[in-house]
Design a protein around this ligand. Structure first.
Ligand code: GDP
Ligand code: MG
Length: 299
């Protein structure tokens, strides 16, 4: 393959929380990188997912959802991260949920008005639409409001029409050499992904009981030949939350730990020892200093 014929580019996955951006990214990559849940705002950090083919490479960027809830430091950080990436990519996927349009979708659409890159409208969760005839007016209404380069209905969860979406993206990629080696799937370290996996298990286990302000920090990450030892701390905001996570005689924490360990073992294809602690750090989500110490850039 002549390098000058190679196509590659950055593709942002934008949209309000909970429309299925992380699920879509995982299916586009055919591998789990981004954590997903029914609870909005699961994705806090920007995650790159690299999909390499013989003649092309797509670098997907999963953005934290743009939203207009409480103006806490972490929400401001997430909005900034989501907004700035849109000016820095070759293509934007604007993900919405079929037959649903909220003020938060409206806010994202407004933000897209100043984007130069082509924007593809991705209508997700079409599996939930029983009468497909109702989709057409919905599509027409949205198309009238923005110069979308294409409109693609998909079901990220059931991997429906994802290949069609990939074909549309491929057709819009600029001529570029690859950005990453072809065997690299993400720019994130195993250490980072391990923390994300632990956070996902926490959210799954606790559902609405878990404040989304809880966070996971990897204290120590030792890779040995036979086993990888991971020591992680779950930070919460109160003693009450700590007790909930630990559960009766530590049963909940144990269950979170063993599920996370299993996923990390799959990820690294090796044995893992995982030690989890829960600590209280009061009011961190509204404290720029504490955010920085946890690795969130607040600039
Ligand atoms: P994000 O906040 O936009 O990243 O959304 P997630 O990917 O975390 O998904 C939010 C919820 O929607 C999860 O419960 C997903 O399982 C669900 N979901 C995502 N895609 C689909 C889909 O195509 N169909 C259905 N029925 N549910 C979906
Ligand atoms: Mg997400």
């Amino acid at each position: 393959m002549n390098v000058s014929d190679f196509h590659s580019g950055y593709v942002a996955i934008a949209g309000r929380p909970n429309v299925g951006k992380s699920t879509l990214l995982n299916h586009l990559l055919g591998q789990k990188l981004s954590i997903t849940s029914r609870k909005p705002q699961t994705t806090r950090h920007q995650i790159l997912g690299v999909k390499s083919e013989a003649a092309s490479q797509v670098v997907y960027v999963d953005t934290p959802g743009i939203h207009n809830r409480r103006a806490t430091a972490i929400n401001r950080y997430m909005n900034r991260a989501a907004s700035s990436v849109l000016n820095d990519v070759d293509i934007v996927l604007f993900v919405v949920q079929a037959m649903q349009w909220t003020d938060e979708d409206e806010a994202v659409l407004t933000r897209l008005q100043s984007v130069d890159a082509p924007v593809l409208l991705v209508i997700n969760k079409i599996d939930r639409v029983s009468d497909k005839n109702t989709l057409l007016p919905y599509i027409e209404e949205l198309s009238a409001r923005y110069r979308f380069a294409a409109v693609t209905p998909v079901s990220a969860l059931h991997a429906e029409n994802i290949d069609r979406l990939e074909a549309v993206v491929a057709g819009l990629l600029p001529l570029n050499p690859p950005f990453f080696p072809e065997d690299q799937v993400t720019d994130r370290s195993v250490r980072f992904l391990a923390a994300e996996i632990i956070r996902e298990k926490l959210i799954r286990e606790l559902g609405q009981e878990l404040p989304y302000t809880s966070t996971v920090e990897i204290e120590k990450f030792e890779e040995n030949e036979d086993i990888t030892r991971i020591f992680a701390t779950i930070y919460v905001e109160s003693q009450g939350q700590k007790a909930i996570i630990i559960g009766s005689r530590g049963s909940r924490l144990k269950s979170i730990g063993s599920k996370a360990r299993a996923d990390i073992e799959t990820l690294i294809d090796g044995k893992v020892y995982l030690q989890l602690w829960v600590k209280v750090r009061e009011g961190w989500s509204n404290d720029e200093q504490a955010l920085r110490s946890l690795g969130y850039s607040t600039e």
